[in-house]
Design a protein around this ligand. Structure first.
Ligand code: FEO
Ligand code: CA
Ligand code: CA
Length: 695
């Protein structure tokens, strides 16, 4: 392969291949133009409209801790950055007793904001500041960020790019004054990160160093003051492409994951395409490897390559020029792409620990994973495969959670059963018109099953007896058992107040197109531009293999004539919302939704929204913030008990250029002025804290 003259060459062929009005840059760099290519799932697996009686009875599921600010069990200490909850692994009962109380975080919804506004808009009485920005030095040896003198060595010691999932966990014993922040770095925007004169090899090297994960310590003067990060703190860590991850579970050591560099099949360098994540009851962080295929050149001819979107075209970033493992056509590296597409687990409290990739949760384009402790004591992880017409999965651990035994609990995701979801609607097919209009029984609802893929260490997939194959090629395995094709499952998160599970289906522009599956009761809109939210109620505890379901909302802007549904709440009283992506809960059980793609849906800026789940206002959507131009909102952390909210602002100014930025977030250095120390006149993905002006 010959080196091209630079990144612009690499990007240009992809421009113009986008759907709707979404930025071509986002499509090329984030998802490898997933929406412009063929749908990966060409299986004939179809939707069955069995009419079954819904069983709404459900024992109270037991989960962990309180919502919004997850409690962390570290030995005997239990703490959280927002709400300290002295509780163990079966604390949902205590949380549920509190019911849906009134949140301490009261605000007046902001209006919908135009997509080209380069501001972070927050409600009256609130203000914001960045906690950490792309390029901020995290080690004492790290140089200050210099936009025009970027090096890989510097970036490896600085906060990475395009932070997505984030969470904040209090450091035990710090009396609420010290915490760790986790953030992952999904992808890079070379067109706005680097000057055009920067050599292509340097662009590739710095770009690689800007991927991965970061853990950084935070401090604050007291609980009423905003957090800031601590340069040089003991727990600070960057996870880079050279960082070794231990592969756990049935695939560890398999011939499907061995390479010339790792004949053990157990030691994987790096993590890629990290999107959303989750925080476990034992205080570790999970992160989903999502669009990993965009980093590999592959033969692209096998059924496996096709199902995972692996092709023979040059990648957008062309790392294959410098490192043979990014071209799986190279001898010895045939399995390299099989080493990505997993759920990663890291211990943010031990900077020397080896991070893990958990093969038992299957390999697909994991948006993230969220864990709850079932009444039985098993832990259950929900995870969506974010691709048009792909599936929703559930993992149930073999062993049980042990309160206070962190070492044991950190093994729970290494062995267990894997299921994939099948949804059945209860309304006649003729009533699902594809517009989003509610059927005659007044609800999009029905029953469902978790179809087994692996149970008791054995494959349940006809014609696929190898557990290793089921877990490495999980998409193909799932195709054989008849799950429901979904509209791009993003975050899947159980409420620790009720045990109900919420699934953000972000959109699916292809639903109902010629040759593609049309609207069903669970995915009720053709050309689904704005997405919807599914609410699942497990029939027993969280380990149950059957459930009932309903749609909480069908998103859009009623004022623009969109057919929407908000659980019966008046549609003229909601904030318009489109393309739900990440989910979080506050301490009293309200759902919070961040969005990615609203500019291409309702034509407004992406934002963060609170949704009431209980009582007369169930379905009420209130917009809390809007992110700056070209950005998406990620990684919401809602510490409503402290009247503060955090979000990851990803890819601000993405459609601009280095020389003509579309955004100046978050430093907003005025033209012609000298930036203050640490600031630059360029867009910087950042974790932001929103807090009251009287804090
Ligand atoms: Fe990276 Fe599914 O969003
Ligand atoms: Ca119905
Ligand atoms: Ca996402």
């Amino acid at each position: 392969m010959s080196e091209t003259t630079g990144r612009k060459f690499a990007l240009l062929p992809m421009l113009g291949h986008t759907k709707g009005k979404r930025s071509p840059v986002t499509c090329a760099l984030k998802c490898d133009n997933a929406c412009s290519g063929d749908v990966c799932n060409t299986s004939s697996n179809s939707y069955f409209r069995d009419i079954a009686s819904a069983t709404m009875s459900r024992r109270a599921a037991l989960g962990f801790g309180a919502a919004g600010a997850l409690a962390v069990v570290l030995g005997s200490a239990v703490t959280s950055a927002g709400t300290a909850v002295a509780d163990g692994g079966t604390g949902l009962a205590a949380a549920a007793k509190d019911g849906f109380g009134k949140s301490k975080l009261q605000f007046t919804a902001i209006p919908s904001i135009a997509a080209d506004v380069d501001k972070l808009t927050v409600p009256a009485g609130f203000t914001w500041q960045p906690v950490i920005r792309w390029g901020d030095p995290i080690f004492n040896t790290a140089p200050d960020f210099d936009l025009n003198k970027q090096t890989a060595a510097a970036q490896e010691q600085q906060f990475g790019y395009n932070n997505d999932y984030s969470d904040i966990l209090e450091i035990p014993g710090s009396k609420g004054r010290r915490a760790v922040l986790f953030a992952n770095h999904e992808y890079t925007n070379e067109n706005i990160m680097f000057p055009a004169t920067m050599p292509a090899a340097d662009v590739r090297a710095v770009g690689q160093a800007a991927h991965g994960l970061t853990v950084v310590e935070l401090e604050r003067k007291n609980k009423n003051k905003p957090w800031s990060y601590v340069k040089g703190a003991g727990l600070n860590r960057r996870y880079l492409n050279s960082t070794v991850y231990e592969l756990t579970g049935p695939v560890a050591g398999s011939s499907l994951v061995k390479t010339i560099d790792d004949p053990s099949g157990r030691a994987i360098k790096g993590t890629l395409g990290n999107c959303s994540g989750g925080t476990t009851p034992w205080g570790t962080i999970l992160s989903g490897e999502e669009n990993f295929n965009g980093y590999f050149v592959s033969p692209g001819t096998s059924a496996e390559d096709k199902r995972y979107g692996l092709t023979s075209k040059a990648t957008a970033r062309q790392w294959e020029i410098d490192d043979k493992r990014f071209d799986t056509r190279n001898k010895g590296y045939e399995n390299e792409a099989n080493r990505f597409g997993w759920i990663v687990e890291v211990d943010p409290f031990d900077p020397t620990s080896t991070p893990k990739k958990h093969s038992a949760l299957g390999r697909f384009k994991h948006e993230g994973a969220n864990v709850i402790v079932a009444e039985s004591g098993h832990v259950v992880a929900y995870s969506g495969d974010d691709e048009r017409f792909d599936y929703l999965y559930k993992f149930v651990s073999k062993d049980k959670y042990r309160e206070g035994d962190r070492k044991h609990n950190m093994t729970l995701l290494s062995a267990g059963d894997l299921y994939v979801a099948k949804f059945t609607g209860n309304s006649p097919a003729a009533e699902i018109t594809g517009t989003g209009a509610v059927p005659a029984d007044g609800a999009f609802d029905g029953t469902g099953e978790w179809l087994p893929l692996v149970v008791g260490g054995k494959s349940c997939v006809p014609g696929m007896p190898s557990v290793e194959e089921v877990l490495v090629y999980t998409r193909l395995a799932a195709d054989k058992v008849g799950p429901t094709k979904m509209d791009r499952c993003e975050d899947v998160q159980p409420s620790l107040h009720t045990g109900k599970v919420y699934v953000a289906c972000t959109n699916n522009s292809d639903r109902g197109k010629a040759g593609k599956e049309g609207a069903t009761e669970i995915n009720p809109r053709n050309a689904n531009r704005d997405g919807h939210i599914v609410e699942i109620t497990e029939s027993g505890d969280q380990t149950s293999t059957t459930f009932t379901w309903n749609l909480l909302m069908v998103c859009g802007d009623p004022a623009q004539g969109d057919v929407t549904y908000f659980s019966g709440f008046p549609v003229d009283q909601v904030s318009p919302i489109s393309c739900p992506d990440n989910l979080a809960f506050d301490a009293v059980g309200n759902l919070w939704i961040s969005t990615d793609g609203a500019p291409s849906g309702i034509g407004r800026a992406d934002g963060l929204f609170k949704v009431t789940l209980d009582g007369a206002e169930r379905g009420k959507v209130e917009q809390f913030l809007a992110v700056p131009r070209d950005a998406e909102t990620c990684g919401p952390i809602v510490h409503d008990d402290e009247r503060t909210v955090f979000v990851s602002v990803q890819h601000p100014g993405e459609d601009g250029t280095f020389d003509a930025p579309n955004s100046y977030f978050p430093d907003y250095v005025a033209a012609g002025t000298t930036p203050a120390s640490g600031q630059v006149r360029a867009p910087r993905p950042s974790v932001v804290q929103v807090f009251r002006t009287d804090a």
